[in-house]
Design a protein around this ligand. Structure first.
Ligand code: 2HG
Ligand code: ZN
Length: 463
């Protein structure tokens, strides 16, 4: 595959600059370093880059024209939405031009009969959720960056989130896409029907491709039935092992299970200190689960009964009303912010087989300490999916020894090195732990076919 021509950050080829300004309008080509600075660094502060320009197209036609201009000028592009990614996948780390898709934010063709809608790539996840509710349905994927994260980025990374146990990840919600491939071709398949097996599923291919094959401009989404009334419980456990075993038991026992989130003592204490929240339990238990479940008749009763039957429970709080449920959720959702305040963390977003999860979580601090004795390790995550977020603070952004130690261990245990955040820049060195040579070669062949000049996010995902 051709190596993309890397344009030094200070230089925008004049012909490219002129044609792009003509396409999107000069006001939508940002070159002032002070204006683009926020789009050169990721949310965590770990991944920084430099860009000669941020280009903000307003239609799929404009995206296609920008891609065509980039092809002829040999300019590499990094698509960006809300810039909430956690693996550096939307950052111009090698002087790429940033393609900001947030002007493509319309929600259209909503169909209450079939429970479907089309969303522009730049619509926030919260906007899609609200549109789904207006239609009498719900959008099945949710996570705490909902107000900023865009649907295009969530499809490009196949985001998972807090409701995976009920609805699966983003790929499962996806019926079709509109995208501009690296060839400049516009592929548009936004079907009004769900049952459709006409050949290759390009939407599924683009989902999780992290912008390496083209630029997603719109998506057709399948909605889910709104949940019956919900109850939320924060449950304290005597050990991580009992919390993990409880997550599995709850999956079997509660048909209306919506979320099972794991926290451990250090993280709970940190969140309370950092957000001035009252301690939920005294003393802080070794582990806790945030459990949410629906039940049409008696959500608090059925959740309380299920929690009462679990082994290792030392205390629990159950909430039914919205404000109290949101208070309980804060103990889980505030982890990312609280850890981020300690400095740029290394984030390792991994899945373990159910039988290895508890031991892995208990051992993670020792595993990290062996290579970074001064680091702190924070584990939390989506217990029902086996997905734990290992965050490590106190390590220099470029020191990858902890990443290596954690990812090698996860692979040895038969887990996934990328559960829901993507590979990005952060983990591409380790793709071989998860994918065979033959698979990586096949991925490269697909990239060569759809992005022959290597201009589409060339520095992420593939090693
Ligand atoms: C979550 O589950 C997100 O809250 C972020 O995936 C995880 O901050 C993280 O590591
Ligand atoms: Zn997560």
């Amino acid at each position: 595959m051709p190596v993309p021509i890397r344009v030094p950050a200070s230089v925008l080829p004049p012909a490219f600059a002129a044609s792009v300004a003509e396409v999107v309008g000069a006001t939508h080509v940002l070159t002032d370093p002070a204006v683009v600075a926020g789009q050169e660094v990721d949310w965590t502060g770990r991944f920084r880059g430099q860009t000669p320009a941020v280009v903000r197209p307003g239609s799929v036609e404009e995206v296609a024209a920008v891609v065509a201009a980039a092809r002829s000028a040999g300019v590499a592009l990094v698509p960006q939405g809300g810039n909430t990614g956690l693996v550096g996948g939307g950052i111009p780390g090698d002087g790429e031009v940033v393609l900001d898709l947030r002007r493509l934010r319309d929600v259209t063709d909503a169909d209450p009969g079939s429970g479907q809608l089309t969303a522009g790539a730049g619509a926030t996840v919260a906007r899609v959720q609200a549109a789904a509710i207006d239609l009498g349905w719900a959008y099945g994927v949710d996570w705490s960056a909902r107000d900023t994260a865009t649907i295009g980025g969530s499809v490009a990374t196949d985001a998972g989130g807090l409701r995976f146990v009920r609805n699966g990840g983003t790929r499962r919600q996806l019926l079709g896409v509109e995208a501009v491939l690296g060839t400049g071709a516009v592929v548009r398949h936004l079907p009004a029907v769900e049952k459709d097996n006409t050949g290759f599923d390009l939407a599924a291919l683009l989902c999780g491709s992290e912008g390496t094959l083209g630029v997603i401009t719109a998506v057709r989404l399948r909605l889910v039935a709104p949940s019956p009334p919900l109850a939320t419980a924060l449950v304290a456990f005597s050990s991580v092992a009992s919390a993990v075993a409880a997550a599995s038991a709850l999956r079997r026992q509660l048909p209306g299970l919506e979320a099972v989130e794991l926290m451990v003592a250090d993280g709970l204490d940190l969140v309370c200190r950092s957000g001035a929240l009252p301690a939920p339990f005294a003393p802080t238990p070794p582990a806790a689960l945030l459990v949410e479940a629906s039940d049409a008749r008696d959500p608090a009763g059925s959740l309380g009964d299920a929690v009462g039957g679990l082994d290792g429970v030392v205390d629990a709080a159950v909430a039914l009303d919205g404000p109290r449920r949101r208070e309980l959720w804060r103990y889980r959702e505030d982890h990312t912010d609280a850890i981020g305040r300690l400095g740029a963390p290394h984030k390792l977003d991994v899945t373990l087989p159910a039988g290895s999860l508890a031991d892995f979580v208990e051992d993670a601090p020792r595993l990290v300490a062996a290579v970074a004795p001064d680091a702190r390790t924070w584990c939390f995550g989506h217990a029902a999916d086996g997905n734990v977020h290992v965050n490590v603070t106190g390590v220099a952004p470029g020191d990858e020894r902890v990443d290596e130690a954690v990812l090698v261990r996860v692979a040895a245990l038969g887990g996934s090195i990328s559960a829901e955040h993507g590979i990005g820049r952060a983990k591409r060195r380790w793709l071989h732990l998860a994918r065979s040579d033959a698979e990586i070669t096949a991925m490269r062949s697909i990239k060569s076919a759809l992005d022959p000049d290597g201009i589409c996010n060339p520095n992420v995902l593939l090693p």
